[in-house]
Design a protein around this ligand. Structure first.
Ligand SMILES: *[C@@H]1O[C@H](CO)[C@@H](O)[C@H](O)[C@H]1NC(C)=O
Ligand SMILES: *[C@@H]1O[C@H](CO)[C@@H](O)[C@H](O)[C@H]1NC(C)=O
Ligand SMILES: *[C@@H]1O[C@H](CO)[C@@H](O)[C@H](O)[C@H]1NC(C)=O
Length: 417
């Protein structure tokens, strides 16, 4: 009897000790997480010269060009910023051969960024979308914030079905390969596709790819995206991405790690673009050009006809330090529905290519930069989609639009259950 009481008391003591240890550990890990998040925010958000409150809730910090995140990189400590590329594949600035907004029929309209309604960044600074605590807390860890959550090993034309389906990423793209490419261009129709789950996204972009689809894939990406996980809303935003190891340890979206060097004071990576196209209504599109400076080897990016945004230094990459081996244009969504159900997250406008202008989303005037640094029509364009009943792609070619394609779809429907 007494023995029983003794043992019971001892067990109770142990239980108390265990409970307090567990709660101490919990407390420790939550304050540790807060500390990690704060540390990460301090690293990302540089002291601004001026702050602009955008109508969509974003805060745009105007940060001195020399204090941008790129210069946290040890290899960029002594870097002299290049204020303009040595070479531009379209010749002189402002004399773009393809004037997109006036004469062409069907008509589409120019586009801007929402935060411009509230002010401008001073010369010598660059606009950076401020990262908020909530942005980082939505990521699985501070370290993963700003990174794509998958490894892309599958290659168009010969996809590994398990990998394609396992990662849940679905594409509808046009592509070229088998040559050396030094850049790519496209004018991309802008929409605001519906996203079913907050952890899914829908994007439309150019991929500049180097190496094989393995552990060391190099990729430079630019376009528009809707990503509630990354931005906390359903707005359509301009974005860039880069990686030199197939999305594993290097690279990120926008300026969320050190890498891209921005020189432009008017366009903010990750900021909302406005207006977007409406069904059977006004159509809006953005032009994106990415090209390699033949002298310095840096990869430059231009938005529209007027905005040279900046460059990715050549040393960030292995294969792309020389040239790209493949260019892709098109859409990508994440399907995270369980039990083999398909998501109803839309790609493009949420309509299939057959519906055409004003209804389906398009890429037009798609071009590549060749070995002589000239913009050229792509040769032997291939297309790829995992499940054409969910999202599809259709290419075409005419005088006004050059090489173009319509792409996208609604996701879940009677043929894509
Ligand atoms: C930067 O310059 C200093 C002084 O010239 C030199 O010692 C250092 O190695 C350089 N760092 C890099 C990363 O090039
Ligand atoms: C992915 O899975 C779907 C449905 O399970 C199947 O129809 C499709 O063929 C698979 N994708 C590929 C590329 O094999
Ligand atoms: C985004 O859109 C989905 C539906 O498409 C909606 O459920 C969700 O509340 C929206 N998120 C925000 C932050 O507005």
């Amino acid at each position: 009897m007494r023995m029983g009481v003794k043992l019971g008391g001892l067990a109770f003591l142990w239980l108390c000790l265990f409970v307090s240890l567990v709660s101490a550990a919990r407390l420790h890990s939550s304050s540790r997480q807060k500390f990690q998040v704060q540390k990460h925010l301090n690293r990302l958000n540089k002291p601004p010269v001026k702050t602009i409150q955008s109508p969509d809730g974003d805060i745009i910090d105007c940060v001195h060009m020399n204090h941008q995140p790129a210069f946290d990189h040890p290899f960029l400590k002594n870097h002299t910023i290049q204020m303009r590329p040595n070479y531009h594949p379209e010749g002189l600035f402002g004399e773009s051969k393809v004037n997109i907004n006036s004469r062409t029929e069907p008509r589409s309209n120019p586009i801007t960024q929402l935060w411009h309604a509230s002010g401008k960044c001073p010369e010598g600074t660059i606009p950076i979308r401020r990262t908020k605590e909530d942005d980082v807390l939505r990521a699985s860890s501070a370290k993963r914030y700003g990174r794509k959550k998958y490894h892309r090993f599958a290659k168009p034309r010969s996809p590994d079905p398990d990998l394609v389906n396992e990662s849940g990423h679905q594409h509808a793209i046009a592509y070229v390969e088998g040559d050396k490419y030094y850049g790519a261009k496209a004018t991309i129709n802008v929409w605001e596709p519906k996203i079913q789950q907050p952890n899914e996204f829908s994007l439309s972009q150019i991929w500049i790819l180097g190496g094989s689809f393995g552990e060391d894939l190099n990729s430079i990406e630019a376009g528009w995206q809707v990503s509630p996980d990354l931005y906390g809303d359903n707005n359509t935003r301009l974005f860039t991405y880069w990686t030199s190891d197939a999305y594993q340890a290097t690279g990120c979206y926008n300026l969320l790690c050190s890498g891209f060097i921005q020189i432009n004071s008017e366009i903010a990576m990750g900021a909302s673009i406005s207006p977007v196209s409406g069904f059977r209504s006004s159509q809006y599109d953005i032009s994106i050009l990415v090209w390699k400076d033949p002298k310095e080897g840096n990869w430059w990016m231009q938005f529209g006809n007027d905005y040279v945004l900046g460059y990715w230094p050549s040393f960030l990459f292995s294969y792309l330090a020389d040239s790209a081996s493949m260019i892709e244009w098109g859409g990508e969504v994440v399907n995270s529905e369980p039990d083999g159900q398909h998501t109803s997250t839309q790609m493009g406008s949420g309509r299939f290519p057959e519906e055409g202008f004003g209804k389906a989303s398009y890429f037009r005037n798609i071009q590549v930069v060749d070995e002589s640094n000239n913009l050229k029509a792509p040769k032997d364009i291939g297309t790829f989609t995992e499940q054409s009943n969910c999202y599809d792609v259709q290419t075409g070619n005419n005088g006004d639009w050059g090489h173009y394609f319509y792409y996208g779809g609604p996701g879940k429907n009677s043929k894509c259950p």
